[in-house]
Each structure stands twice: as structure tokens, then as C-alpha cells.
Design a protein around this ligand. Structure first.
Ligand code: E4P
Length: 216
């Protein structure tokens, strides 16, 4: 399973990248706004900086919701760097645009996916990634991880090549559960990635080894 970091924060991207396990980055308008990235030039420069930092797919989301707008925006984003993946919402014009991007050699990430039916449409349109938002599903008392398993089952059965990118990750346990359920990628906040390191027995065991090492 690939690990992406789900942030537009450059310090966090650097910290995850320095671990040596980072395969890519996802952003969205909320994450970009959180970093105070404003205006077209600043947005483009921010994506360029991320592409220069991380050697992997970088998702950059369009704001348009009509076919022509999505295509125009997506072309500009894709021109920033070969690793840019155009992130397109799961709406009618979005699906149409994903098909157009696929036919024209531009990689896409179909975002805001909450059902298996939507995931089938994204795969049919040729999206490189489909992003089911598991945390937001959990918030509505449904099981987000179950959706990952359902999509993985359908994609295997049908031979779809679209990669399942588990998004809206809220905890380290989510990452483990998504790996179990068959996600190809998990995009995670930095603290969920770092949380995977933690186990009290590791800390106790290390303290003992370090103490005994003094006696060697
Ligand atoms: C990433 O691709 C998604 O935009 C992101 O994971 C959404 O996460 P949230 O539900 O925590 O906003």
C-alpha cells in the first residue's frame, strides 16, 4: 500500500518525506486555504514547490463544476509538473471530464466518493485514483472501511485498474484497517502516520535494552 500525506503544509510534507516512506501528496481547497495560499499564482507556485519536494503523485483539485471549466483548470494544473494528478469531484461533469483527461493522457483522482456506485463510475471513466472519504462516512454512522472493502472486491472482480485511495483518514487504526480492506493508497494526516510508530512495549523494551547496554 502506498502512503500519501493529506496536507498542503510544507513542513509536514518535509517531515513525512524525510521518513523515506512517502509516495505522494493530496491537497484540497480546504487544506490549501488553511495554509493561507491565496490567488492563482500562489496556488500554482505552492503545487510546484510540493512537486519539487516529493517524488510521487501530487493531487491538485479543480474548483470548477462545469465540464469546460474543469478541463481548462485541469490542463493548467497538469502543466505545472508531470506528477500532478488533477483532482475532480464526483459529479456528472466531473465524470465526463475524467474521461476526457484519461483520453488525453492526464492523470485524475476522483474525489468526494461515498458509494460503490460512484466508485464504479470513476473507474469506468478511467480515473487513476478513486477517493472514498472514510472518516466522513464514519461521521454519519456508516462504516467507511467497509466501503473500501466493497470497492476493492468490485474492482478485483471486474478487473478495474483504478487505484483505491482511502481518504479522510482520522487515525492510525484507520490506516491499518484500510490496508486490511484492500486500499491501494492511504492519504493520511501526519499524526496518523507517526501514530503507527507507537507501542508502549516498544518504549519499555527499548528503555531496558538501553539500560542493559550500559552493562555491556
Ligand atoms: C483527500 O484527498 C481528501 O480531500 C481529504 O482526505 C478529506 O479529509 P477530511 O474529511 O478530513 O476533510
Amino acid at each position: 500500500m502506498k502512503f500519501f500525506i493529506d496536507t498542503a503544509n510544507l513542513a509536514q510534507i518535509k517531515e513525512a518525506n524525510d521518513l523515506g516512506i512517502l509516495d505522494g501528496v493530496t491537497t484540497n481547497p480546504s487544506l490549501m486555504a488553511k495554509e493561507g495560499v491565496k490567488g492563482n499564482e500562489a496556488i500554482m507556485n505552492h503545487y510546484k514547490t510540493i512537486c519539487e519536494m516529493v517524488d510521487g503523485d501530487i493531487s491538485a483539485e479543480v474548483f470548477s463544476t462545469d465540464f469546460d471549466g474543469i478541463i481548462a483548470e485541469g490542463k493548467k494544473l497538469a502543466a505545472i509538473h508531470p506528477n500532478i494528478v488533477v483532482k475532480v469531484p464526483m459529479i456528472k461533469d466531473g465524470v465526463k471530464a475524467i474521461k476526457w483527461f484519461t483520453d488525453n493522457g492526464i492523470k485524475t483522482n476522483c474525489t468526494l466518493v461515498f458509494s460503490a456506485g460512484q466508485a464504479i463510475l470513476a473507474a469506468k471513466a478511467g480515473a487513476k485514483y478513486v477517493s472514498p472519504f472514510i472518516g466522513r462516512i464514519d461521521d454519519t454512522n456508516w462504516d467507511g472501511v467497509e466501503l473500501i472493502a466493497q470497492i476493492a472486491h468490485i474492482y478485483t472482480l471486474q478487473g478495474f485498474e483504478t487505484e483505491i485511495l482511502a481518504a479522510s483518514i482520522r487515525s492510525s487504526l484507520h490506516i491499518v484497517k484500510c490496508a486490511e480492506a484492500g486500499a491501494d493508497v492511504c492519504t493520511c494526516p501526519l499524526d496518523s502516520i507517526l501514530g503507527l510508530l507507537k507501542h508502549p512495549l516498544t518504549d519499555i523494551g527499548l528503555a531496558k535494552f538501553l539500560e542493559d547496554a550500559k552493562k555491556m
